[in-house]
Design a protein around this ligand. Structure first.
Ligand code: ZN
Ligand code: ZN
Length: 314
C-alpha cells in the first residue's frame, strides 16, 4: 500500500498563495484499489507532476465543502469514468458535498454523480466498499457535516481526521488506527476555531497510539515555523513516530512486514522541462520540508525506518 501527498497546504491563505500544494493525497493499492482524498486546487495537475495516473482511480473522498478539499473532484471523477463514458468507482463524502448544507456545497454536479456509486458518510457510519471497511469519523468544523474516515483493509487501518478542532472524544473515532493522518493547521499550542494545532495533535496521537502519525494541511503560520520541528515536538510529547508530510512525499507500507515504512521523495516530472510550473514555495527559507525544486530527478530514497510499537493495546 502507498500513500502519496499531492499537497500538504491547507486553509485559505496557503491555498490562494500556493505556498504549499493543495492536491490532497492518494491511497494506492488498498485492497487493490486507489482512492484520491480531498482533491483541492491542483489535484489533477499534481497527480501528473508526481507520476500518478488519475485514470487509475477507483474512488474519491471529499470530507467537506471547503475549496481546499473539493475543487478538483469533478475533473477527477471524469478521469475515473473515462470522461463520463463508463460506470466506475465510488464517490464518498459529507452530506454538504452531495446535497449541500446551509451555505455549504453542494460540490458535485448531478452530471458528475451519474456514473459512480455514492456514499454519504456520517460519523460512525460504516460501509464496506470493495472489501475496504470505511467508517466516518466526527469533526467539529466550519462545515458542520465535515467528516473524517478510518479505512480498514487486510488488518491495516488508516485514519484521517480531516479539518476538525480537538475535542475529548476525537480519539475514540480514530482508535485502532495504525496510521493516523491529521490536519494540523497551526504550530505550537494556539489553535484557531475548527482546527488543530501541534499541541492538540500531540494529545490526539498519544490517545490514539498509532504506529505512525503524519501531519499535513499546513496553514501560513505553520509554514513560517518549521513543520519538521513541530513533528519532532509531537513525537516527543506523544512517544509516537511523527512525520511532517511534504509535497510529493510517498509512504510505502510493506504488506508483509508492516513494521517497515519507507518514505520516498517522488520524482517531480515537471522540474526539468517546465520550471514555470514549479512552485515558488522553496523561496521560503523557513519552509525546510519543501524539497521539490531540487534538481535531483530520481526518486530519492530518504529514509527507511522501523518503528517499534510496544504500547499498543490490542
Ligand atoms: Zn481545510
Ligand atoms: Zn475546512
Amino acid at each position: 500500500m502507498k500513500i502519496t501527498f499531492l499537497g500538504t497546504g491547507g486553509g485559505r491563505f496557503t491555498t490562494i498563495s500556493q505556498k504549499r500544494m493543495t492536491g490532497g493525497f492518494r491511497i494506492d493499492d488498498i485492497n487493490g484499489k486507489n482512492y484520491h482524498i480531498d482533491p483541492g486546487p491542483g489535484a489533477l495537475v499534481r497527480s501528473y507532476q508526481f507520476g500518478i495516473k488519475p485514470t487509475t482511480l477507483n474512488g474519491v473522498f471529499v470530507s467537506h465543502a471547503h475549496t481546499d478539499h473539493y475543487t478538483d473532484v469533478e475533473v477527477l471523477i471524469e478521469a475515473m469514468t473515462r470522461g463520463m463514458t463508463r460506470e466506475n468507482g465510488v464517490i464518498i463524502g459529507s452530506r454538504s458535498v452531495f446535497k449541500g448544507f446551509k451555505q455549504w456545497g453542494p460540490c458535485i454536479s448531478n452530471y458528475h454523480r451519474g456514473k459512480s456509486d455514492k456514499l454519504v458518510l456520517d460519523p460512525n457510519k460504516t460501509k464496506t466498499v470493495d472489501g475496504i471497511k470505511i467508517k466516518g469519523t466526527k469533526t467539529i468544523h466550519g462545515d458542520p457535516t465535515c467528516v473524517g474516515f478510518q479505512m480498514q483493509a487486510n488488518g491495516l487501518a488508516i485514519s484521517y481526521t480531516s479539518d476538525t478542532k480537538y475535542f475529548d472524544k476525537l480519539h475514540e473515532y480514530h482508535k485502532d488506527a495504525d496510521i493516523l493522518i491529521g490536519s494540523v493547521i497551526r504550530p505550537g499550542t494556539k489553535s484557531i476555531k475548527g482546527h488543530m494545532c501541534s499541541g492538540n495533535f500531540a494529545k490526539l496521537v498519544k490517545e490514539v497510539n498509532p504506529k505512525i502519525a503524519i501531519m499535513t494541511h499546513f496553514g501560513f503560520k505553520m509554514l513560517s515555523e518549521n513543520p519538521a520541528n513541530e513533528a519532532k515536538y509531537v513525537q516527543k510529547k506523544s512517544g509516537i513516530r511523527t512525520i511532517a508530510a511534504f509535497d510529493g512525499m510517498k509512504l510505502e507500507i510493506d504488506d508483509k512486514n508492516r513494521n517497515k515504512v519507507k518514505i520516498i521523495k517522488m520524482k517531480n516530472k515537471f522540474a526539468k522541462n517546465n520550471q514555470n510550473l514549479n512552485h515558488s514555495i522553496n523561496n521560503d527559507s523557513n519552509d525546510k520540508q519543501t524539497v521539490l525544486n531540487s534538481n535531483n530527478n530520481q526518486n530519492t530514497f530518504i529514509k527507511d525506518f522501523s518503528y517499534k510499537h510496544e504500547n499498543k493495546k490490542k
